[in-house]
Design a protein around this ligand. Sequence first.
Ligand code: FES
Ligand SMILES: [Fe+2]
Length: 418
Amino acid sequence: MNYNDDLHWESKNFSNIPLSVFSDENIYKREIEKIFIGPVWLFLGLEAEIPNSGDFITNFAGDIPIVVNRSKDGNIYAFVNRCAHRSSTVVRELRGNSKNHTCIYHRWCYNHKGELTGVPYQNGINGKGGLPDDFNKNSHCLKRLKVELYKGAIFGSFSDKVEPLLDYLGPEIIKPLDRFFSKPVEILGYMRQRIDGNWKSYFENLTDGIHAGLLHQLAVKMGLWGSTPDGGIKLDRYGRHSHYYINYLKDTKYNGEYFKNKLALNDLTFSETVDEWDDDISTDTISIFPNVMFATVSNFLMTEQIRLVNPGEFELLSIVIGYKEDSPILRKLRQHQVAWLGPAGYVALEDSEAGALIHKAIKGQDKEHSYLGYGGHGKIKSSDNVLTEIGVRGFWRYYCYLMDFDSTRDNLKYLDSF
Ligand code: FES
Ligand SMILES: [Fe+2]
């Protein structure tokens, strides 16, 4: 495929996105190859999910099934959940604790590092059958990912060429991550959504500062959020990750009081919040290319991981957390806030629905484009306001760089010098 001709990137400033990138099967395959098994760090889970030796979770890196576990040596290892024999799923549970991992099909057994430790009938029975004499267990291990941790977050990569994790995150992302992980965390629960849409339209949403007061009307009308947010977006040096933040409203004129008087809440605890940090930020989202967002919305804390299914379907796995030292009152507030932010409430559903609406609307229109104009078409850099699509353009620029599309090659110098 000649991406230059077929994709029709009309502009090189990433303000027009060809719709075929949201649906094309070949592009999806290329994303797996160039991005998800390429030089990126993928969020795999939280250390708090596997605190003890033998604890494991199953997850997906892009759309590749993986196991993440803690070994006796205290270290965390991650490997592909595909048996080295005939490719069956090895670990079938969502999470648990296990001394080793045994494939149910022919009982090949692996340790916490993914090394093959046991094989039935290796020498056959009475000299008959079995594996060849030169069979070597070391050549049949589970495919391992490189793993690095930052605070409580586990990241993995299939690539040896990926930057060290700290360089990958950069100071713009490390600072808010330190705020998110300022105290030891505890898992409060999980939420999962399967969405008819393309994973990239969801990543766009994460760093789209404009929609919050427009799409999420319930939150605004109930006076929970302002319709004119005051905040900004900080991008890392390549514009691939973003930190979007909204400050507490100083001017109550726009904080929804008008609507609040007309649409009173029966249960006022619904909208109660406690200011936990020594800064002005009420809401922030940290989006890390290509598969995770860390969100703090009032007292609601969660990680949200994007898991791919196919070009027209993806899954969101959210881990809702609290801090171990939470008072009972604060813990209750966090749980209340899940009710309206999670998929049982409105905000998460509204964001998912936006992705599904795009998916419905673009069918059969590969030659058309979406338009990113808020914030202008200039240099991709941090913004001191949120009424901008600068983070979305930053995402697309890095996406194109990794995908190696012909028409964007001459932007690489620009990207490197950013
Ligand atoms: S497929 Fe796993 S042991 Fe045969
Ligand atoms: Fe949203």
